[in-house]
Design a protein around this ligand. Structure first.
Ligand code: FE2
Ligand code: FE2
Length: 224
């Protein structure tokens, strides 16, 4: 026999279930819109940076694959993807002629270019709420495993794993990219694989290199 207590309980459970699915319906599209918006911003960054391929998209794909294989959870993967897409947003705050320069960037200009990590972090931290660790990941996307990176010379596991992933994905993508001030380093994927192996334990986390090699993730290669 259904008591008043049971009836109230059933109504309560039904209401909570309804609320759960209703909320899920609302939350999922919002997350999709968030990622679509970030995709749009990233494509503008790629255009303004003068890359000859969708650099940010490629990094996000590589980072996603490596992050998933490394066992990151859904929340960490979302931050990883957003930070991968926006990693160079600080370059938008630098003088246009610096990125369009056709000569090799060195000296004071190189120091200025390197500030894009700090500018990106600061801009996102002060302008957009709720990005969690994304601004920090952007700050550290040029740190190196051997401590010779910038801006903080972090070493090994001092660098959050998501920042290590973005750094590696960024470098792998850049090896086959052309920019106004830099020609393509490698045209063939086997040369990229050899270079990544060479940099394992120097620039890159050896464990992440191992994972990348196991995934066998292709990098878009261009010949010219
Ligand atoms: Fe960068
Ligand atoms: Fe980059």
């Amino acid at each position: 026999m259904i008591t008043v207590f049971n009836a109230v309980l059933i109504i309560l459970i039904t209401w909570l279930t309804y609320m759960y699915f209703d909320l899920r319906e609302k939350v999922t599209p919002a997350q999709d819109r968030y990622l679509q918006l970030i995709d749009g911003v990233a494509s503008i960054i790629d255009c303004l940076e003068g890359y000859d391929k969708p650099h940010s998209q490629e990094i996000a794909r590589l980072a996603d694959q490596i992050g998933t294989a490394s066992g990151l959870n859904a929340e960490q993967l979302q931050s990883l993807r957003a930070a991968a897409m926006l990693h160079d947003i600080g370059e938008l705050l630098l003088p246009r002629n610096l990125l369009k320069s056709e000569k090799k960037i060195a000296g004071d200009d190189l120091e200025l270019l390197r500030t894009h990590t700090l500018l990106g972090e600061l801009h996102l931290r002060t302008q957009i709420a709720g990005l969690d660790e994304v601004p920090s990941l952007i700050r550290w996307h040029h740190e190196r495993w051997d401590g010779l990176g910038y801006p903080d010379n972090l070493k090994g596991e001092e660098i959050p794993v998501a920042a290590r992933i973005i750094s590696m994905a960024d470098s792998i993508s850049a090896m086959n990219a052309k920019r106004a001030y830099r020609s393509r380093q490698f045209a063939k994927s086997e040369d990229i694989v050899a270079e990544v192996k060479r940099l394992s334990g120097l620039q890159f986390d050896p464990q992440l290199v191992k994972i990348w090699l196991e995934i066998g993730s292709p990098v878009e290669t261009k010949q010219k």
